[in-house]
Design a protein around this ligand. Structure first.
Ligand SMILES: Cc1cc2nc3c(=O)[nH]c(=O)nc-3n(C[C@H](O)[C@H](O)[C@H](O)COP(=O)(O)O)c2cc1C
Length: 197
């Protein structure tokens, strides 16, 4: 019988991808487009996230190529409708338009809770969050990097309405990173885990 503590090739691969997924600033992405096949693998992985009662409370809109100009316009509209002091500034709106073009692919995280759902809202949000993390991991496996972006514009009702979504939990942006992706840090396991044996 195989020793259950053996780090199998599969376990090593999964753990390595989890460790290698790091949040990457948009300025560290190459402009190279992400092939649609790759994005479909990433999205499919997202849909295999856990979902209580199989409510699958997610919809995704994928912006690539020229469509990012429309996304930038949506971000600008959301910014103009927000509360930032410079919401009336043309340069601030131009920065919102430009931001959308800085990542080759954007995936909206749209929360669609079925009216028949028997579950509390947090469980539906948790399902969409699980889908987001699963997509980030799948993207990492393809050599992509990105960020879960949840700033005011990313969750704005204006942005949600433009996508036809009831609400948004932000966007993932993805692209191929330049060399030098910064690492992150975590508290030691002992700070977070209590073993009851
Ligand atoms: C729900 C959620 C929303 C996030 N929103 C943002 C964001 O708006 N801007 C940002 O820079 N990072 C955002 N992040 C990413 C965190 O900043 C990042 O995970 C943290 O810095 C740790 O880095 P790591 O992901 O590389 O471990 C978000 C993460 C989560 C889980």
């Amino acid at each position: 019988m195989t020793d259950p503590t053996t780090l199998t090739t599969e376990a090593r691969t999964v753990l390595d991808v989890i460790r290698r997924r790091r949040t990457v600033d948009i300025t560290l992405l190459k402009p190279d487009p992400v092939p649609r096949d790759v994005l479909e693998h990433v999205l499919t992985a997202g849909t295999w996230a856990p979902t209580h009662g199989l409510t699958q409370p997610w919809r995704f809109t994928v912006f690539t190529g020229e469509a990012r100009t429309r996304l930038g316009e949506i971000f600008a509209q959301a910014y103009a409708a927000g509360t930032a002091a410079d919401r009336g500034s043309e340069s601030a709106l131009a920065a919102q338009r430009a931001r959308a073009l800085k990542a080759p692919a954007w995936i909206s995280l749209e929360l669609h809770v079925p009216s028949t759902s028997r579950f509390p809202l947090w469980e539906e949000q948790a399902a969409l969050s699980s889908a987001a993390q699963t997509m980030l991991l799948a993207a990492t496996a393809f050599g992509l990097a990105g960020k879960w972006a949840s700033g005011a514009v990313m969750i704005s009702p204006v942005t949600a309405a433009a996508l036809g979504a009831p609400s948004l939990m932000g966007f993932l942006y993805l692209g191929y990173p330049n060399a030098g992706v910064p690492d992150s840090t975590r508290a030691p396991l002992a700070d977070k885990v209590t073993w009851a044996e």
